[in-house]
Design a binder for this molecule. Structure first.
Ligand code: UD1
Ligand code: PEP
Length: 417
């Protein structure tokens, strides 16, 4: 087990480049199972979830080579296999394999996925979507078995725009007979990136990024090469890091349109934002309280709720943050209170009374973004903080401490005693 030790009150200054997005790479890696041959994915960071996806694809016989930030995934000799429960439980994205495996092998048996413990995370929408295009799905003692001699295009109307269920449905439908229409689809940029990759493989998908996606099934896909989109959540985390330390940071390789909901809120809080061509500069100012509600894209992303909550603990006045996506995504609150933050949680709403400064403390990351949020709080706090359970942070932030150090932060990684 590892921990971070952070000495706070250091302004961050400099330039940081954002790498490819975990949440775009994982479904794209799953999609490589849909064809035979070598697919190439560029700008892939070293993350724990990506290593787990590599391990799963390897079980199916895929040969994977990493050349720096490029993954070469050879699916020429893949065959059906069972995914051990411990790998399924490692991350939410393991469920993204259901659609491609069904498309390729006409049957799939999986246990339930894991992922951040941020409230119940059912997979009913994934299952219903696959049933709509002809799969028969049985749930038995923690396992899901789906089969379809032949998937057939159909109409999928989501009750809720689930990101993962939209991606699973797209990946299953590309090899189905006929056309599939997905309505009330999630509109996240990662879904558009998946569409681009699938179309490079020869699929016929249109509409990703809107709430209606149409997939005209084809018989066979071919391998593709792709530079994955940059990670808007990582970018947002660095923007907030600059703001909380009153620093001056340029975040490069980010499309500002992907995070305008975040930069708009940062401006409301009092932070100076300058948008360049594929970059954003953030300069800290006097912080004032704001109200934020997490929503599906293009609303404020739930994955930046925890980092933003850290920021407003230092904002003058009262802030109200409402989490509408996940039922239990306030585990960072108790930890921030150990650092002196004044926060009251009522149901899905956190009410934060800003204080001039947090104080360093020993705290624990309970999930990925909560871990990121505690690192940000520690950067601003007076004194030294220890953040335990760094393995959560490693799921989604590549070498976070090295990147922060390049901006001047005083942070180091240690084995926990
Ligand atoms: C690997 C990945 O890409 N993870 C992201 C993905 O997760 P994920 O794909 O799991 O998120 P979803 O959009 O599916 O979940 C949103 C909400 O829908 C509910 N739901 C979802 C599926 C289902 O079958 N039934 C159901 O009720 C969930 O419990 C949750 O309350 O989108 C989330 C929302 O932007 C992000 O926080 C995660 O970082
Ligand atoms: C919630 C997240 O990831 P996952 O869906 O993989 O748990 C996240 O990336 O913040």
């Amino acid at each position: 087990m590892e921990k971070f030790i952070v000495k706070g009150e250091v302004q961050l200054n400099g330039t940081i480049r954002i790498s490819g997005a975990k949440n775009a790479i994982l479904p794209i890696m799953a999609a490589t199972l849909l064809c035979s041959g070598v697919s190439i994915i560029h700008d892939v960071p070293y993350l724990r979830d990506i290593k787990v996806m590599q391990d799963i694809l390897t079980l199916f016989g895929a040969k994977i080579i990493r050349e720096q930030d490029t993954l070469l995934i050879d699916t020429s000799n893949i065959q059906d296999a069972d995914i051990p429960e411990h790998l399924m439980r490692e991350m939410r994205a393991s469920i993204f394999l259901m659609g491609p495996l069904l498309g390729r092998f006409h049957k799939v048996k999986l246990s339930y996925p894991g992922g951040c413990a941020i409230g119940p995370r059912p997979i009913d929408l994934h299952i219903k979507a696959l049933e709509k295009i002809g799969a028969s799905v049985k749930e038995n003692f923690g396992f899901i078995e789906a089969q379809a001699a032949c998937l057939t295009g159909g109409e999928i109307n989501f009750d809720y725009p689930s990101v993962g269920a939209t991606e699973n449905a797209m990946m299953a439908a590309v090899l189905a007979n006929g056309a599939t229409i997905i309505r009330n689809a999630a509109r996240e940029p990662e879904i558009y990136d998946l569409q681009v990759f699938l179309n490079k493989m020869g699929a016929k998908v249109i509409g990703a990024g809107t709430d209606t996606i149409r997939i005209d099934g084809i018989k066979k896909l071919t391998p593709a090469e792709h530079i994955v989109m940059s990670d808007r959540i990582q970018a947002g985390t660095f923007l907030i890091a600059a703001a909380i330390t009153h620093g001056d940071v340029v975040v490069e390789n980010i499309l500002s349109e992907h995070i305008f909901s975040v930069t708009d809120k940062l401006k409301d809080i009092g932070v100076k934002i300058t948008t360049g061509n594929n970059s954003i500069r953030v300069r800290g100012g006097d912080l004032r309280g704001v109200d934020i509600k997490t929503l599906p894209y293009p609303g404020f992303p739930t994955d930046l709720q925890a980092p933003m909550l850290s920021l407003v603990t230092n904002a003058k006045g009262t802030s109200i943050i409402t989490e509408t996506i996940f039922e239990n995504r306030f585990k960072h609150v108790d930890e921030l209170m150990r650092m002196g933050a004044k926060i009251k949680v009522e149901g899905r709403t956190a009410i934060i009374r800003g204080i001039p400064k947090l104080t360093g403390a020993i705290v624990a990351a309970h999930d990925l973004r909560a871990g990121g949020a505690l690192v940000l709080a520690a950067l601003a706090a007076e004194g030294v903080s220890e953040i335990e359970n760094v393995y959560h942070i490693d799921r989604g932030y590549e070498a976070l401490e090295e990147k922060l150090r390049s901006l001047g932060a005083n942070i180091s990684r240690h084995k926990k005693d």
